[in-house]
Design a protein around this ligand. Structure first.
Ligand SMILES: [Zn+2]
Length: 298
């Protein structure tokens, strides 16, 4: 409960930040600099910037020009608040604080990495829904930061294994040249990174082929990069599940729109939000879904 509440508070702050960066990436404004009212452009003060609270206190109107603050702001903040709260609650659900600091460090590092993943997904979902655009300014650095973080975490884990083994006589016998125990375990530790890179290349490559085959109808270069990002961050098999879920939810939604008469066949809708939805489902419940699916077949 306490972790969920902490997650919610962190989430609404990140939501406010994600909304600002998503908006700035669409109008080509610098990511740096003070927040301003989207209507009168007046620079906002610190007390105007409390997520949700400022919106409620100002009754949804700008303090300076009195124009309505778009509902997207508090909605984004609440959605990210709920997502990060759930992530925190899930992460700490069966965590015992008596474990070694190494495990706590890894747990926190993975929590930060997942939070980063969710925030980036939220930003790209917003820009794609608004302008059918997945901005390079967000997705390219996100891929780079994700890859470097995964690499750093892998090196840290392997380094710790080496250090741990070298501390005892028995452990030293498991190190080269006496045994291949260390190399085999290091390879297992590196799996998320290896699978992440391979799945990033596979999904990005798959979307690229789809674009070439369909001559750019339906998907764009942004989807290639978003696909690479989700492959990298989710690895195998979760990113594959995310991809399948995206196609299913996207298809159901499109058919729904056609039946409702809102769209006609062949008209494009942004695919990014479905990739984001599939990624979130895979991140939170992917392991359970795969277990359930494998039980069906046996
Ligand atoms: Zn204003």
């Amino acid at each position: 409960m306490i972790f969920g509440s902490a997650g919610f508070l962190i989430g609404i702050v990140l939501g406010s930040f994600a909304k600002a960066l998503a908006d700035r990436s669409l109008v080509g404004k610098s990511f740096w600099g003070r927040s301003y009212c989207s209507q009168c452009k007046k620079t906002l003060r610190w007390y105007d910037l409390f997520p949700i609270l400022s919106f409620v206190f100002l009754q949804g109107k700008c303090r300076y020009c009195k124009k309505k603050i778009p509902l997207e702001y508090p909605i984004t903040e609440v959605i990210l608040g709920i997502l990060i709260a759930y992530l925190f609650a899930q992460t700490f659900a069966d965590f015992k604080f008596t474990v070694y600091s190494f495990q706590l460090t890894v747990l926190l590092a993975e929590l930060v990495l997942k939070t980063f993943f969710i925030v980036i997904l939220a930003m790209l979902c917003m820009t794609d829904m608004k302008k059918m655009l997945i901005p390079d300014r967000i997705v390219k650095p996100a891929i780079l930061i994700g890859a470097i973080s995964l690499l750093a975490l892998t090196i840290y884990k392997i380094g710790y294994l080496y250090y741990y083994l070298s501390q005892s006589v028995l452990g030293r016998l498991l190190l080269p040249p006496h045994s291949d125990y260390f190399q085999r375990h290091a390879l297992v530790i590196a799996e998320p990174l290896i699978y992440g890179v391979l799945m990033g290349l596979a999904i990005g490559g798959f979307f690229f082929c789809l674009i070439v085959l369909t001559k750019g109808k339906g998907m764009g270069g942004g989807d290639v990069k978003l696909g690479a990002f989700m492959g990298l961050m989710l690895g195998f098999p979760l990113s594959l599940l995310a991809l399948i879920l995206s196609f299913i939810t996207g298809a159901v939604f499109s058919v729904g729109l056609i039946i409702a008469g809102k769209k006609h066949f062949g008209q494009t809708i942004p695919f990014g939000p479905f990739l984001v939805l599939g990624s979130l489902i895979a991140l939170f419940w992917g392991s359970q879904i795969i277990d359930w699916y494998l039980k069906l077949g046996s």
